[in-house]
Design a binder for this molecule. Sequence first.
Ligand code: PLP
Length: 478
Amino acid sequence: MAAPAPRTDTAPALERDDLNPNVLRAQYAVRGPLVDRAQALEAQGRKIVYCNIGNPQALGQKPITFLRQLLALLEHPALLDEPDAARRFPADVLARARDVLRRHPPGTGAYSQSAGLAFVREAVAKFVERRDGIPADPRRVILTDGASRGIQMVLLALLRSSATGYLCPVPQYPLYSATIALIGGRRVDYALDERRGWQLTEPELERAVAAARREGTEPAAIVVINPGNPTGAVLSPETIAMVVRFAARHRLAILADEVYQENVYAPGKRFVSFARTLHDLSEERVPLFSFHSVSKGYLGECGHRGGYLEHRNVPDDVAQELVKLQSISLCSGLPGQLAVHAMVAPPKPGDESHATWAAEREAILGALREKAEILGRAMRGIPGLHCDTPEGAMYAFVRIELPDTPGVADAERDTAYCLALLEETGVCVVPGSGFGQEPGTLHFRTTFLPPKEQIEDFARRLGEFHRRYVAALGRAGA
Ligand SMILES: Cc1ncc(COP(=O)(O)O)c(C=O)c1O
């Protein structure tokens, strides 16, 4: 290999090639070149509909009043002493804010313990107990800046060497591929079965783990996203139990990404947690890390960066190392921690704010259910596009049929399609190659977060666009 050219005195002291090669390798598709182009078009005055990212409030979803009133009081406690406080805020919100400030007198401007405020971790444990009907231990909860930071922390903690492998679904949410690249681990892909509603199958998991071991990879963990991003699929209880048994057989930890647990729409489907399944199977060997977030569900509070991880079957000295990792960044953001508190301990029936909270929650989840159906129906009506109605989450992963263009890579083909779609319709979606897809297939991921009328309009324009695009490719190939 040729030696790098010597630096001249005028060259910048830091060039791209000086960076950590893992940083250069990491890719994050949902904010990639398509979004750059969308922003450039927007700067020229084009109206862009951002369907590339699950960011509900950026697409018009209103915050839940209870959460924002509570945070307003906690950020500015002087409001509590204003003469008209009782008129401006519901009694339960005022009482909650006073209670929080009694438990953490310095308020949002002070660090908390590294693992997060003790009373919030207790509320998380009670939430898990209510949700699953199983015991939960607040000492096994860490509050994190969104689910992302918890996931990154666990992936990092499990990395024993550059041969450490993590089983990840294909398609997957790129936080996983990017973080594994950043920390210098290995991704071990297992394919979700598109023909069977993107379910996860045991033979495929066995194939993936055997292939990894053959090439010297040492699998440490399996990542499962349920409900799925980008697939929108909801896993059956049997599949979850199968994954737990598989993990036990191969001595793997489970990272259960359950940030979309409130987002289940398909009739007859329900969210079943890995924690509950572990409990039902009396499984005490498999380490489980479950993640949840205020960013999704009905809150959509992505900007507040609140989340938590709950672990089970993890020895105390390992748990302490996780807290140490968290302590290196001191603690997660306090407004995010308090948003988690509002998520896991919402108003109770009888509280003054309960009716509004319940109505807002139902309106948001009901609208998402309706929009999932509208999108699924519309996609099925477009010849050359394939997609079932999403069962959950906030996305559809749509398969695109295009005429063959020999010699052109899949990633180039789906990116070209999405760019052309953006230029023609102003809708920004993400190419399937950013999530991984079966070779020879092409997809894009879209959210169904925009208002209903925009989704209907998008589907109509997408149909026309697809016909024109296919015809143009046909002419080019003729
Ligand atoms: C599957 C999945 N996991 C984790 C996250 C990260 O969420 P947070 O905002 O809590 O970091 C997302 C965000 O879109 C996601 O889709």
